[in-house]
Design a protein around this ligand. Structure first.
Ligand code: 2AM
Length: 180
């Protein structure tokens, strides 16, 4: 049976994506994300079958939460087994984003998706790194004060992730407005 690899995310508006793309330089060999890939994951779901995917899409349809005014705030690094793994842009403020994350978690629990156990750290991945990538310290120093004007997240997207050579492709499959 075919499965769907799903996640729930927020998509920054075009000027913010442009600002992020403009910051993408200074690490040799980094796999910089392209415009279509830029998002803030609210909740990773993983592989589900077609029926469960339909249940998820339907339950998210009742989401009732305010739009969030946010801003980009700096860059940072995630490591994996002591190696630089990805660089990302931070998004603030935490409180409304965490509240929306919890709301999505609660809705997904209704259709049997176990609650998130990982700490929620709102971020937008800018680049994925492998062992061949160059040092990240110059990038972090140069982009540490990356900042944007305030912008609004006014909808939530359900995405399907397609794992492909050269990186995952993300396809929005449903869109849910937040309250103005
Ligand atoms: P990342 O960008 O921090 O790697 C699609 O894969 C999205 O879901 C990505 O934004 C990715 O986060 C996130 N993701 C992938 N696997 C995950 C997991 N096991 N737990 C939480 N988020 C995950």
């Amino acid at each position: 049976m075919s499965t769907h690899r799903l996640f729930v995310a927020l998509r920054p508006p075009p000027p913010i994506r442009s600002l992020l793309i403009a910051a993408m330089h200074g690490i040799s060999g980094a796999r910089w994300q392209d415009d279509d890939q830029l998002h803030l994951t609210l909740r990773f779901i993983g592989e589900v079958d077609h029926h469960r995917a339909e249940d998820i899409a339907a339950t998210l349809g009742v989401i009732h939460a305010p739009a969030i005014t946010a801003r980009i705030a700096g860059t940072s690094l995630f490591e994996h087994r002591g190696q630089p793994h990805m660089v990302w842009a931070g998004v603030e403020p935490l409180a409304p984003l965490a509240a929306l994350h919890r709301k999505v978690d609660q809705l997904l629990a209704r259709v049997g998706i176990a609650p998130e156990t990982r700490a929620f750290m709102p971020h937008i991945t800018l680049a994925r790194l492998n062992r061949a990538a160059g040092p990240v310290a110059p990038f972090l120093a140069q982009s540490g004060d990356l900042a944007s004007p305030p912008f609004v997240f006014d909808h939530v997207l359900l995405y399907e992730s397609e794992l492909a050579h050269g990186g995952a492709r993300y396809h929005p499959v449903a869109r849910y407005p937040l309250d103005a």
